[in-house]
Ligand binder design. Structure first.
Ligand SMILES: NC(=O)c1ccc[n+]([C@@H]2O[C@H](COP(=O)([O-])OP(=O)(O)OC[C@H]3O[C@@H](n4cnc5c(N)ncnc54)[C@H](OP(=O)(O)O)[C@@H]3O)[C@@H](O)[C@H]2O)c1
Length: 262
């Protein structure tokens, strides 16, 4: 059984742990600076835990670093001795932290992989991209299998990771912003809040299913009757800069991610 150790039992690390534990396919360990985050995994799934990142790395074959980008350096320094003379792999899910900067903290030749997941992993509907250094390429299938437990995983060159971080890493927050605005717009038109909320959630969920089957343009054209209500809405939204705001937002997030890597 592959021994997977997760450092950081937060939103991403915790979601991954739950799904991997439910699969029963892995020997799982977890560490975090908050002991209270560790107990539920031990109680519910029998996952072993420790407050020592080094011990976790020593007892694992694949170490997933799921801490905030600015904590990654400290974590890597603390676990580096565990990699000496082994073929353990490290997987970072941190935004903006490059394979190059990770390799500077670990022994030469360490297999290093980066994964950019998103928070939809917590409901098993995540999207993730993965890349690896030369030494880590052989671990791609295993790491794709691991993250496959929380959603869909695709390989992507590292040079596009900042863009992917901006697109789907932050993406759930954009959709939530849109959903909130749509709910408020419904309320403004007089629809009771609870009904507006259910209508919007159903619309977003249903549209996601439609978009798996057809292009965005096809869905748009099916809804937009010439001279009708949707066409009127599109004109008003375009005048307000809806599409331009999305381009600018994703670009700003990508730039922010590039800055984290410096
Ligand atoms: N959340 C997202 O939507 C998302 C999406 C894509 C990628 N990511 C990436 O995933 C990573 C984790 O994000 P998250 O949102 O899951 O963070 P999170 O919820 O804050 O979880 C990180 C956990 O690690 C703990 N921690 C901090 N330093 C540690 C250390 N030295 N040793 C062990 N544990 C430590 C944190 O404690 P403290 O709270 O005390 O620091 C926290 O409990 C980030 O690098 C982020 O860029 C997140």
């Amino acid at each position: 059984m592959t021994r997977v150790g997760v450092i950081g039992a937060g939103k991403i690390g915790g979601s991954l742990l739950v799904r991997l534990a439910e699969s029963g396919d892995f020997d799982l360990g977890v560490s975090d600076v908050h002991p209270e985050y560790l107990r539920p995994f031990a109680d519910r799934y029998g996952t072993w835990s420790t407050d020592s990142n080094l011990e976790l790395a020593e007892r694992s074959d694949i170490i997933v670093v799921a801490v905030k980008p600015w904590d990654v350096g400290t974590v890597l320094e603390s676990i580096a001795p565990a990699f000496e003379g082994t073929d353990k792999a490290v997987v970072s899910v941190a935004a903006g932290v490059t394979i190059q900067s990770i390799s500077e903290k670990l022994p030469a030749g360490t297999p290093i992989l980066r994964v950019m997941p998103n928070v939809c992993a917590s409901v098993g509907l995540g999207s993730a991209v993965v890349t690896a250094n030369e030494a880590g390429r052989g671990r791609l299938p295993m790491v794709m299998e691991i993250f496959g437990h929380v959603g869909e995983v695709m390989e992507l060159p590292e040079r596009l990771f900042d863009a992917a971080t901006a697109l789907h890493g932050s993406g759930p927050a954009y959709v939530a912003l849109f959903a909130d605005a749509l709910i408020q717009a419904g309320v403004r038109e007089g629809i009771p809040r609870d009904i507006a909320r259910r209508l919007v959630i159903g619309t977003i969920g249903g549209t996601a299913v439609l978009l798996k089957e057809r292009s965005a343009h096809q869905v748009r054209d099916e809804v937009m009757t010439p001279g009708g209500t949707t066409a009127a809405a599109f004109v008003a939204m375009e005048k307000a800069g809806f599409v331009g705001a999305i381009y600018d937002g994703v670009n700003a997030a990508a730039e922010q991610s590039r800055g984290l890597g410096k």
